[in-house]
Design a binder for this molecule. Structure first.
Ligand code: NAP
Length: 266
């Protein structure tokens, strides 16, 4: 990490966890890194917590592709975005002493609401009915009206998000080396009037997906961007594409995406 020396630590201000975080900061200083309190001045952002904390750190720092994100879990269970455990200081020191760490690149999706508001997602975009009623979405791939969905909602996930919400909807787990968008349904109501594919499908990085929310009385779904809900109401068109941005993390030996999937789920 020769050229990256400024570290920002992102963590929940939980007094019980502060001593462990202070210990990490001390180790980083001993290795010649500078701890910065303004994340814009950082070229390494360390998220301490789990996957949720990693997603928040990426969002709060603006999905920067000019810095390295490092996930540190403080839980027993393995996390998909965390390459280090908070007590495994040996691995952290080894990585800090490596001049050129290998970098892993995670694809991100771009979401445009009604052609003006623009967001990024590292896990997924979710669009869900906010009341106990179905709602209707026209699903458009490029300029093809592919299907009309009626049900609870739709999740559009990235490859790294494929192990999260998407997986609970029986979507496939996708290798992040394949930049693509996966679309999964939540409880589609299929009958003679509304019919959807019924399985998840994966779009290449050159496709554009448009979700047109049909204005029929239940047009205020909850829109989720990773682990944040948007308070935007009355959205009609949601466009999703692969982003030009990527999120960089440290790539360690024997810790590929598939090692993590195996550790977490098998
Ligand atoms: P949460 O509801 O507290 O936890 C959701 C769980 O998903 C946590 O165990 C979290 O890991 C894990 N997770 C997050 N991203 C993951 C990924 N890419 N691959 C595998 N597991 C992942 O919320 P959160 O911790 O802030 O995470 C937000 C995510 O929860 C959303 O982006 C969405 O994907 C997911 N979610 C899933 C469902 C569902 O499966 N029915 C419903 C809503 C949201 P950590 O414990 O390490 O944080």
């Amino acid at each position: 990490m020769e050229t990256r020396r400024n570290i920002f630590f992102s963590y929940k201000k939980d007094p019980a966890k502060l001593p462990d975080i202070e210990q990490l900061m001390t180790i980083a200083k001993e290795q010649g890194f500078e701890i910065v309190t303004n994340q814009d001045a950082a070229n390494i952002i360390v998220a301490v917590g789990g996957d949720g904390a990693f997603l928040q750190a990426v969002r709060k720092s603006g999905f920067r592709d000019d810095c390295l994100y490092v996930g540190v879990t403080d839980e027993e269970e393995a996390s998909l975005y965390c390459d280090f455990h908070i007590y495994d200081t040996e691995s952290m020191i080894a990585a800090m002493q490596t001049a050129n760490v290998e970098v892993r690149r995670y694809p991100v999706i771009d979401v445009h609401l009604d052609g003006h508001t623009h967001f990024h997602c590292l896990n997924e975009l979710s669009v869900r009915s906010s009341i106990i009623k179905t709602f209707v979405i026209d699903v458009i791939i490029d300029d093809l009206h592919f299907e009309t969905f009626r049900g609870d909602g739709i999740v559009v996930s990235t490859p790294t998000g494929s192990t999260a919400y998407n997986r609970s909807l029986n979507g496939a787990v996708v290798d992040p080396l394949i930049p693509c968008i996966q679309v999964s349904e939540m409880a589609s109501l299929n009958n003679n009037q509304f019919r959807t594919l019924g399985s998840s499908f994966i779009l290449s990085d050159s496709r554009k997906l448009t979700l047109h929310i049909v204005q029929d009385g239940n047009e205020y779904p909850v829109i989720g961007l990773d682990n944040e809900a948007l308070s935007v109401q009355n959205t009609k068109n949601i466009e999703v594409e692969m982003s030009g941005k990527i999120i960089k993390t440290v790539k360690l030996k024997n810790n590929s995406f598939w090692h993590k999937v195996q550790r977490t789920f098998l």
